[in-house]
Design a protein around this ligand. Structure first.
Ligand SMILES: *[C@@H]1O[C@H](CO)[C@@H](O)[C@H](O)[C@H]1NC(C)=O
Ligand SMILES: *[C@@H]1O[C@H](CO)[C@@H](O)[C@H](O)[C@H]1NC(C)=O
Ligand SMILES: *[C@@H]1O[C@H](CO)[C@@H](O)[C@H](O)[C@H]1NC(C)=O
Ligand SMILES: *[C@@H]1O[C@H](CO)[C@@H](O)[C@H](O)[C@H]1NC(C)=O
Length: 249
């Protein structure tokens, strides 16, 4: 007796069949037991660059794939379906320009935008109309903006004046003193680390200060700020830039 899911039927699924299977699977909503996984390549996508959602450990005898935006199989959020044998892509309501599904199920998003951040769900449909589902997350980052340093005064008098230096950035991240900034008992960082108060200023404080912002895809440095002391002509060292690192998550 011949099994109804004999390999001869593999690949004979028309794309309408995939969509039907997808709609039925919303009712089944089977959690996957296999280690089907999605990997973002590169792991942190940069705005304007291509990103591939790679699929690993696919089951055998597949008829096609359907990719969805979000965490579930929702036909309104279908990006596209792909019929393996016919090598045909059928865009869905959530299709965005430049999305491609490869024969191995991986989804390529060309020139990623911030709006592409989110969850992606793959439905892999087998020849017997059973399916496997996996969800993965994608985060698209914008290159960070350039920070700057604000100073209460660029030229101060040793042993007398106080100077307040602030790292200004529009990025939301954690600020840390960088390794060149050795805090002495004359220095105080604000609670969020953004403002350094030196009271009183001494000649070893003269020189360069900088603030550098990092996120997973880029970094940007402020122009160096030079702190000068009155009556001090040796200048201070501006190759040695004390200051801040701002880490954007
Ligand atoms: C799937 O195919 C694409 C395009 O050829 C390739 O870049 C990707 O690495 C493949 N995915 C896997 C898991 O091998
Ligand atoms: C993606 O899924 C995770 C885990 O379920 C959830 O915490 C997160 O909020 C989702 N992200 C978006 C952008 O919907
Ligand atoms: C900067 O410091 C100099 C020298 O100590 C002082 O004369 C001047 O008033 C200060 N300027 C400001 C804006 O605080
Ligand atoms: C400020 O910097 C210190 C020392 O590097 C660090 O341990 C702390 O977490 C930072 N605080 C904030 C609010 O980021």
């Amino acid at each position: 007796m011949e099994s109804p899911s004999a390999p001869a039927h593999r690949g004979s699924i028309p794309w309408q069949g995939l969509l039907l299977a997808a709609s039925l699977l919303t009712l089944w909503s089977l959690p996957t037991t296999a280690q089907l996984t999605i990997e973002s390549v590169p792991p942190n996508a940069a705005e304007g660059k291509d990103v591939l959602l790679r699929v690993h450990n696919l089951p055998g005898f597949l008829g096609g794939y359907v990719w969805f935006k979000g965490q579930s199989v929702d036909s309104d959020l279908q990006i596209a379906s792909y019929v393996i044998d016919a090598q045909e892509i059928h865009p869905g309501p959530a299709y965005s320009q430049g999305a491609t599904i490869y024969p191995n199920g991986s989804l390529l998003l060309k020139k990623a935008t911030l709006k592409d951040t989110g969850n992606y769900t793959l439905l892999a449909i087998k020849g017997n109309f059973q399916g496997e589902i996996v969800t993965g997350q994608l985060r698209v980052y914008q290159p960070v903006g350039k920070p700057s340093i604000r100073a209460s005064n660029a030229t101060v008098t040793e042993h007398k004046d106080t100077v307040v230096l602030t790292c200004l950035t529009n990025e939301h991240g954690d600020l840390y003193p960088n390794q060149n900034l050795l805090l002495t008992d004359r220095m105080k960082l604000s609670r969020d680390n953004s403002t350094l108060t030196i009271d009183p200023v001494r000649r070893e404080d003269a020189g360069g200060y900088q603030c550098e912002v990092f996120n997973p895809v880029s970094s940007s440095k402020s122009d160096p700020f030079r702190l000068n002391l009155h009556h001090l002509h040796s200048g201070g060292n501006t190759d040695f830039l004390r200051g801040w690192a701002v880490v954007v998550k």
